[in-house]
Write a protein that binds this ligand. Structure first.
Ligand SMILES: [Zn+2]
Length: 271
């Protein structure tokens, strides 16, 4: 599943091809995504793309006629190809540009979305307006997270994965960051000291930043017509290693379910 780093790398990969281009046509081959693709996305035909940006795991294509909100869901991928490139299975949408290229959306499981918002979506759209700060901005800092955690009984792992608290800390990154910070994933968020939040926050930022950096170098070219941009493999200390040996203490890693998500931790290194 694409996590924040993959979406950020997708954004950086496609933006230079889209920005300052006019939209010639939108071809929707299958409207049945997570929500039906609304007819009103046609309002951007003829409009100029002013900016492409990421908010949480949404890509927002700002145009002179409104805003497209794109989510990759479980299996979505975007690439920029010549508009006449033959389609393959699950190529559901083409955003055709006057340059002769198109942004092509492929999504086998169809949990992604393409929506339209007339208003700037960050403050107005129901999917975006209640989101917490971006993890790689200054708004997400030790004091903020410590304050937000006071009185919270929920497990720290569930807390940092809550999009109202901070966006984009997916399951892999929550597992890895808590291991590196030495914090037990089930510990109540409200019972963790400020000192430990001061360790955790820079680790979360570094974990995501490193994944973005790796993704930028290992991901396939977004303009390759053949194949999909893949999701990057990373060096993981705990995620997917339940029952294996801890890389720090050689004890055995434990795997539990927390909030229905696989959670791997070291009972000795994480307290
Ligand atoms: Zn250990």
């Amino acid at each position: 599943m694409p996590e924040l780093p993959e979406v950020e790398v997708s954004c950086r990969g496609i933006a230079p091809h889209l920005q300052q281009q006019k939209i010639a046509q939108i071809i929707v081959r299958d409207r049945r995504l997570r929500w039906p693709v609304p007819e009103e996305i046609d309002s951007v035909v003829g409009a100029l793309i002013t900016k492409v940006e990421r908010r949480a795991k949404y890509l927002i294509v700002h145009t002179s006629a409104g805003h497209l909100i794109i989510h990759l869901g479980m299996s979505g991928a975007l690439r920029v190809v010549p508009a006449n490139t033959p389609t393959v299975k699950h190529d559901h949408i083409d955003l055709v540009l006057e340059s002769g290229k198109c942004l092509r959306f492929n999504d086998p499981r169809r949990f992604g979305c393409w929506l339209f918002s007339k208003e700037h979506p960050s403050e107005n759209h129901p999917l975006l307006r209640a989101l917490g700060p971006e993890p790689l901005t200054d708004a997400f800092n030790e004091a903020y997270l410590f304050k937000a955690s006071r009185g919270r009984q929920q497990a720290i792992k569930t807390f940092i994965m809550d999009n109202h608290v901070v966006v984009g800390v997916g399951n892999i990154y929550a597992n890895e960051a808590l291991f590196k910070a030495g914090i037990h994933p089930k510990r109540a968020a409200g019972k963790i000291s400020q000192r430990r939040y001061e360790q955790l926050v820079p680790i979360i930022k570094a974990t995501l930043a490193k994944a973005i950096e790796q993704g930028g170098t290992t991901l396939q070219d977004f303009t390759q017509a053949d194949g999909q941009p893949g999701y990057f493999k990373q060096e993981l200390m705990v995620y997917g290693r339940g029952g294996k040996l801890c890389m720090q203490c050689s004890g055995r890693l434990k795997e539990i379910r927390l909030g229905q998500r696989s959670t791997v931790y070291c009972p000795s290194c994480q307290r």
